[in-house]
Design a protein around this ligand. Structure first.
Ligand SMILES: [Zn+2]
Length: 404
């Protein structure tokens, strides 16, 4: 059994302790101390990192304990170390990674506050919560949670962050525990540790929390989705909230510069661009239809008597080729069309019901000869040739091969 120093002081990050045992955890070497300030992964909160003697602490876990249960004090805590283990009996200096711990403290305290605020504002209970490496979530039992309630809960938490309330963690005796109005029932058998945030929230918890709500910095809800019949809310707080908002602000700033507008005008500028794009597409569609009309007329005049019309159209993409084909194909006629573009040559072959041209075979011969790709049915086939393909030459070879 390891004494947990963080129970009484979440800001005590430097400590000394005696090595009482060596252990293995998931195939890695670990030590057990008589006491520790390192928080082991449990109750949805990640483990601390840092150094023990000269060794980096890679992981901290409760040995043999239920990792989902709030931390009890019946099991021993194992510190997975890199390199050689300090000898049993020696006293070692431990140093918890401060930045990581502070983030966990802010996230965990914010989670308590958000859970409470959601109960007060929307009458929903927290079913579970998780403070992950990148994502933190609270799952509540409400199937529907409207945006206004969520925004009100977020505002409430941030107002209480500004109020700088005291956060207290302690072990009450049985009599005191029985009198207190807890947000949720304790899930541990042994001594129950409570966390009180001003007069706002009171709940059992074994994690590491801030000592004042102002240390949370701010809470920022980042997402909401339906989850297992309830609702999952994602959030950030503390340094992680600042980092995220700064990163998003940078992206927004870059977009505003690109659109030459103020950040708040980006949505309007994007809407305008979307409209212009739509108009341009419609205009391009009309021009394409007109172009297909003209080009089909020209090819009809040039090759109208042939059973197979072959043409290469500069700049034409697959869409223009399809529009052309639909205008040129007759029951006893087939077309083989190519569109020359810098990124490659689009191919389309199509035939009428009475034509005997095998479009699939024709396109396959062309792409095989030129190193492209494509194919299709005897009635219709599409493909793509490299940009430098000599279309006329390839066609004459393919056609003579099919004749032979
Ligand atoms: Zn907690």
């Amino acid at each position: 059994m390891t004494e947990r120093l963080y129970y009484h002081d979440s800001l005590r990050l430097d400590f000394d302790a005696r090595v009482v045992d060596h252990a293995r955890f998931e195939g890695r070497n670990a030590v057990v101390l008589d006491r520790t300030a390192f928080y082991p992964e449990s109750g949805g909160q990640m483990a601390d990192r840092g150094r023990l003697a000269t060794a980096p602490v890679l992981d901290v876990q409760v040995d043999g304990g239920d990792r989902d249960a709030p931390a009890g004090d019946r099991e021993r805590i194992v510190h997975v170390l890199e390199g050689k283990l300090p000898e049993i009996g020696t006293v070692v200096i431990g140093e918890v990674d401060r930045a990581r711990r502070r983030v966990h403290m802010a996230l965990h305290t914010a989670q308590h506050m958000l859970s409470r605020a959601l109960t007060d504002v929307a009458r929903t209970q927290t079913v579970s919560s998780r403070l992950g490496e990148t994502t933190c979530t609270v799952d509540v039992d409400a199937a529907e949670l409207d945006e206004r309630s969520l925004a009100r809960a977020e505002d409430l938490v941030n107002a209480l962050v500004d109020d700088d309330l005291e956060v207290r963690a302690w072990f009450p005796d049985a009599g005191e525990l029985a009198r207190l109005p807890l947000r949720k029932a304790p899930t541990v058998d042994g001594a129950v540790r409570l966390v009180r945030i001003g007069d706002f929230d009171l709940t059992p918890c074994g994690g590491t929390h801030c000592t004042r709500t102002s240390q949370v910095g701010s809470l920022h809800v980042t997402g909401v989705e339906r989850y297992k019949g309830g609702t999952r809310i994602s959030f950030v707080a503390g340094r992680r909230a600042r980092d995220r908002l700064a990163a998003e602000s940078q992206v927004l700033g870059a977009m505003a510069r690109e659109l030459t507008c103020a950040p708040e005008d980006v949505p309007g500028a994007l809407e305008k661009l979307r409209r212009q794009l739509q108009e341009s597409r419609e205009a391009a569609g009309k021009l394409q239809a007109r172009l297909a009309e003209l080009e089909a007329g020209r090819l009809e005049a040039e090759q109208g008597s042939r059973e197979l019309i072959v043409a290469s159209v500069e700049g034409a993409g697959p869409e223009l080729l399809r529009a052309l084909a639909s205008r040129l194909v007759r029951p006893d006629r087939a077309v083989l069309l190519a569109g020359e573009r810098s990124e490659g040559m689009a191919l389309l072959a199509a035939r009428g019901a009475a034509s005997s041209v095998d479009c699939g075979a024709l396109v396959r011969r062309l792409v095989e000869a030129a190193g492209g790709r494509g194919g299709g049915r005897p009635e219709r086939a599409e493909g793509k040739l490299p940009p430098d393909a000599a279309f006329a030459e390839l066609v004459s070879r393919a056609l003579s091969a099919s004749d032979g």
